[in-house]
Design a protein around this ligand. Structure first.
Ligand SMILES: [Ca+2]
Ligand SMILES: [Ca+2]
Ligand SMILES: [Ca+2]
Length: 239
């Protein structure tokens, strides 16, 4: 995607805001969520067919809570995309699985690890190109809905928009430093662009991240301070 398109998204609705989640986006998102849920149910039964009954290793993904912040998701993505290709290869997935098993104190022989990795790729590599996209890993980790979907920054009073902006910044500034940095920028870009491009790829995210920084990082420190983001989104912090 070109810079111009990105900026159009950024400044859409007259200098306001995050790309607005209009009803088309919302219903499209909901439809995708439905399909994803369906795919997950299917993939679990698929796993049962591929793997011997007593080895339903996908159980390691049973978690109490789903991942509810794209920043946490992007931390995992960055950690395991070791070669920074914008995709998770089978080898990179295996490193991730190894760590998961280790966390659960499960010893898994290496031939089994290969088998599990193959099975995971079969289930989650939707376009069959031998590597996982952002969305594939998001399904594996049960990442929750886009945080930005709940906001309509084009609507409401200045006060409401300011309050929304505060909530948004708070959500992505996980480290509470007053600036978005590292995976916090990634998480924000992923969600913002995800409003209009649900199938965002890793390389696209990397490009858009660079564009966002180029336009918003006024003091060129590689981070997006709160005032920088508010300028970028056309939200006045001081009234
Ligand atoms: Ca990679
Ligand atoms: Ca793929
Ligand atoms: Ca900055």
């Amino acid at each position: 995607m070109h810079d111009a398109v990105f900026l159009k998204l950024l400044y859409r609705t007259g200098g306001a805001s995050v790309a607005k989640p209009n009803s088309t986006h919302v219903s499209r998102w909901q439809e995708m969520a439905r399909q994803t849920t369906k795919a997950c149910v299917m993939s679990h039964s698929l796993a049962n067919m591929i793997l011997p009954e007593d080895e339903n290793f996908l159980l390691i993904f049973r978690r109490e809570a789903t991942l509810d912040n794209s920043v946490d998701f992007m931390k995992i993505w960055r950690k395991y995309d070791v070669d920074c290709s914008g995709y998770i290869s089978a080898q990179e997935l295996q490193a991730f699985l190894k760590d998961l098993f280790q966390q659960q104190h499960k010893e898994v022989p290496s031939d089994k690890m290969d088998e599990y990795t193959d099975a995971m790729m079969k289930i989650f590599d939707k376009n069959k190109d031998g590597r996982l996209d952002l969305n594939d890993l998001a399904r594996i980790l049960a990442l929750e809905d886009n945080f930005l979907l709940q906001f309509r920054m084009d609507a409401g009073s200045k006060d409401e928009r300011k309050r929304d902006f505060e909530k948004i910044f708070e959500h992505y500034d996980v480290s509470k430093t007053g600036a978005l940095e590292g995976p916090e920028v990634d998480g924000f870009v992923k969600d913002m662009m995800g409003l209009v491009r649900p199938n965002l790829t890793g390389p696209e995210l990397d490009k858009l991240r660079a564009v966002l920084l180029r336009h918003c990082d006024v003091n060129k420190d590689g981070k997006i301070q709160k005032n920088e983001l508010s300028l970028c989104l056309g939200v006045k912090l001081k009234l």
